[in-house]
Design a protein around this ligand. Sequence first.
Ligand code: MF3
Ligand code: CO
Length: 270
Amino acid sequence: MKPEILEKIEYYKQLGHVVPKLSSIKTEEQIEGIRKSGVINTGVLDYVASKIKAGVSTQDIDDWVTEYTEGHGAICADFHYEGYPKHVCVSIDDVVCHGIPSSKEILREGMIVNVDVSTILDGYFSDASRMFIIGETTKEKQRLVEVTKQCLDIGAEQIKPYGFIGDIGYAIEQHANRNGYKVVREFGGHGVGLQFHEEPWVGHFGKKNTGMLIVPGMVFTIEPMINMRKSGIRVSALDGWTVYTKDKLPSAQWEHTFLATEEGFEILTY
Ligand code: MF3
Ligand code: CO
């Protein structure tokens, strides 16, 4: 650890800010491991992108994810994570997140689909998700998908050395609300790398200059879930996983794993 980094952390701590544990600041070796994991994770999403279309089932997507991941010597982090039964989350239209793949669920023209992939390679975790539009969809759903991507990008721009995690959420919520949308509050991004979910929790709402200090070497996701009208969600009583919008309107999500750097950030899942 560079002494100037330790000094800065101490300085912000004295001012009363929440600062990361030193173990949250990854070593070069750990960053290299997470980067390699991210390359596989991106490969999985590219593979899904090349095959996803109307008529396939969400179980087909689970099969592709498993085949590609294991074919590259890696492990699907979702599988059996806290009892999750499948290898990937596939969330369609009013499913906010944690959609469980099924051979009975068939993709149809006009659906908007989030595929959320998390990979473990040599013990290192990476995590990213993308939206796919099946054929053509409505202008409203297309705009939701686009604005949600902008929310991710605008949030990422807030990753600056000695900025704050709250800056990210603040920027995201502003952009969502400007477009008439609402941010889901129950789920956030998270530290990632040595485990699936580490500190800090990265809310997609927040106040500027609050929350944990951002220090070069931290690795975390940003993964805004944006609802068309109201932020309310409900979790399926049937499977205990699938998260729906309360108002049954569509929701979208995009996610990357980011490394905070001296210059700003690097996307590890690009
Ligand atoms: N990939 C999700 C995330 O971004 C976590 C999914 S947990 C699972 O944090 F168990 F549902 F797979
Ligand atoms: Co995540």
